[in-house]
Design a protein around this ligand. Structure first.
Ligand SMILES: [Mn+2]
Length: 438
């Protein structure tokens, strides 16, 4: 792993995001893909030797991940903590309660007392919810041969959840964008307090949808335009580290980046490049950002073609996780049933993991979710719903988008499980309309 030399007099930040540990693809575990991708992040960290490592949220895919994914997170954070101090902020998929548990497991005692003016000595910090500067939102990090870092953090803000910590900011009735702006200004003021801009750099980390960002697949529920925040008021920062949008990209203005997801979380991210970001920061100037590719772990692909055409791209697809669409082959016998078609697809793509076969030889016939859950794994409610919709409940799907149905179900279930009010984009939209009504 080759990473460019750090410029003299710069502070170096490593930025990763949206791991979504525990996510499955049509029932197929991504555990080994995560292990491989995380190993690459660790290799980049070892080579880049950053002064600070930032994870900008969605560490997990759901509020109650399995033990193996909790362990995966714990070991990864501990390992990264050997390289540099690590800060993880919660995304919309994360659970505040689990972050508290992990903070106790990998953090250091004394997390309850917080002096944002002192230099932080904790190796791993997890921020499970938005908080004020004196409860963890602002921290200072000592840098040996470069400017010290002042860090301001804003974990994901649920749009209609009460935020007790911010009562005094009088934001209860503000729009989402106004809330974000007020909270960000409060944190930014504390970041700048007594800062020497000639010898220090300020860094901002948040899990937010920024206006103008290009989407790939992050479930639309949490990235509808109603949630978009305007980053232009985040002034004076040497780097803006954002999570939430899975497609890696520079922020408008070139002052920071969405690191993007660690691996393709669903088929909507097919063929996107995945990266970690190394940002070199010098006082009073723009960040110098390098992206390092994360190529380990199986890709997601949706090949389509005749069985002969599919077989011809077997090498190119390699070990990818595939949803395969089989098109009519006039030269071949169309009489095979779906079961033997699946077997034929597996034979054509022997090294791929087939999670779905769409029979386009006869329109309107669809086989969803072929993969049964592993025998020793307990089926989750979400998996049971997907199995039902793919079999007996197929008529319920009708002309609806099954991914949207199951995505919405996951969101509602997650909200109920953590005692949250469900956050549904349509609700927010209706709320905004009723506000405009006389
Ligand atoms: Mn995400």
């Amino acid at each position: 792993m080759k990473v460019r030399e750090r410029p003299t007099g710069a502070a170096r930040v490593l930025h990763t995001s949206d791991w979504h540990l525990g996510v499955t693809c049509r029932g197929e575990s991504r555990g080994r893909d995560h292990d491989a991708a995380i190993a690459q992040v660790v290799a980049v960290a070892d080579a880049a030797r950053p002064d600070l490592i930032l994870h900008t949220g969605d560490l997990f895919d759901g509020v109650r991940p399995g033990y193996d994914d909790m362990l995966r997170a714990l070991l990864a954070l501990r390992r990264l903590g050997e390289v540099a101090p690590v800060v993880v902020i919660a995304g919309n998929h994360d659970s505040e309660g689990l972050f508290r548990v992990l903070a106790e497991a990998v953090g250091e005692p004394g997390a309850g007392r917080w002096d944002h003016r002192a230099h932080c000595t904790q190796r791993v910090r997890l921020l499970g919810k938005p908080c004020l500067p004196d409860t963890g939102a602002v921290a200072r990090y000592r840098v040996a041969d470069g400017p010290d870092i002042r860090l301001g953090c804003l974990p994901f803000v649920h749009s209609n959840r009460l935020i007790k910590e911010f009562d005094e900011l009088a934001i209860a009735n503000a729009t989402y964008a106004e809330k974000i702006r007020t909270i960000a200004e409060e944190i930014t003021a504390a970041v700048r307090e007594g800062m020497d801009p000639a010898s220090e750099v300020a860094v901002w980390a948040s899990h937010l949808h920024v206006e103008g960002a290009r989407l790939s697949s992050e479930r639309q529920i949490h990235v509808s335009a109603d949630y978009a925040a305007d980053p232009t008021h985040l002034t004076g920062y040497g780097y803006l580290a954002f999570g939430h949008i899975h497609r890696p990209q520079d922020l408008p203005g070139g002052r920071g980046r969405y690191a993007g997801s660690l691996l393709e979380v669903d088929f909507g991210e097919e063929a996107e490049d995945k990266v970690v970001v190394v940002a070199d920061l010098e006082p009073a100037t723009y960040p110098s950002m390098t992206t390092l590719p994360i190529t380990a772990g199986r890709r997601l692909r949706r090949p389509r073609g005749t069985l002969t055409e599919l077989a011809a791209c077997a090498d190119e697809l390699g070990d990818a996780i595939c949803e395969v669409t089989v098109e009519p082959d006039l030269a071949a016998d169309p009489g095979e049933d779906v079961a033997s078609l699946s077997a034929a697809v597996r034979a054509a793509l022997p090294t791929a993991t087939i999670v779905g076969v769409i029979d386009a030889r006869r329109p309107a016939e669809l086989t969803l979710d072929e993969s049964a859950p592993a025998a020793d794994a307990e089926e989750t409610v979400g998996q049971a719903l997907r199995r039902y919709l793919a079999t007996d409940g197929a008529a319920l799907v009708g002309r609806a988008d099954p991914d949207r149905m199951t995505g919405l179900f996951d969101e509602l279930l997650a909200a109920v499980e953590i005692g949250d009010h469900p956050v549904i984009s349509e609700d927010v939209h209706l709320d905004a309309l009723s506000r405009q009504a006389p």
